[in-house]
Design a protein around this ligand. Structure first.
Ligand code: DQA
Length: 153
């Protein structure tokens, strides 16, 4: 046992991501949401960080979780799905939190339809990882842990 303070992050998934594995696998891959969560949890554990993984199809629910868990956690990884491109409310929730948030996408949103090129939340996030399939989440986790000073170098 060490006496390092308890660390936790929120892993938030937005609409339709519950269907990962079956949904447009040519774009999003065949890995399921549970498998992604497992991989993030395992990797975070190696740095002593707990992961609270949640998915909702509802914008207000995602905002409620940011408000509810925000004060207790160290940062957030979020794939807001289509709300990325539309939600001022989600952006306001992130700016109001004052904790580091990393935006994640499986697909490269900049190489897809023009309406996906703009992210409402990008300006209030530390950074964005897009285009690496399920590995986007692990890259984003590395980014967040590094930002929090929890990686070796
Ligand atoms: C997505 C990209 C969004 O444009 C889309 O609405 C999604 C998934 C991604 O992970 O690539 O639902 O966030």
């Amino acid at each position: 046992m060490t006496d390092t303070p308890h660390r936790a992050i929120l892993l938030l998934h937005g609409p339709n991501l519950n269907l990962l594995g079956q949904r447009q696998p040519q774009i999003y891959g065949t890995t399921t949401l549970d498998e992604i969560n497992e991989r993030v949890i395992t990797r975070a554990q190696a740095s002593g960080v707990q992961v609270i993984a949640l998915q909702s199809n509802h914008e207000g629910q995602l905002i409620d979780w940011i408000q509810q868990y925000g004060p207790e956690i160290d940062g957030i990884l979020i794939n807001a799905g289509a709300y990325t491109h539309t939600s001022i409310a989600l952006r306001d929730a992130i700016s109001g939190l004052n904790k580091p948030v990393i935006e994640v996408h499986l697909s490269n949103i900049h190489a897809r339809e023009p309406f996906r090129h703009h992210s409402m939340i990008a300006p209030v996030c530390v950074g964005q990882v897009a285009g690496f399939g399920w590995r986007s989440y692990l890259l984003a986790l590395d980014g967040l842990l590094g930002h929090l000073g929890l990686l070796e170098s």
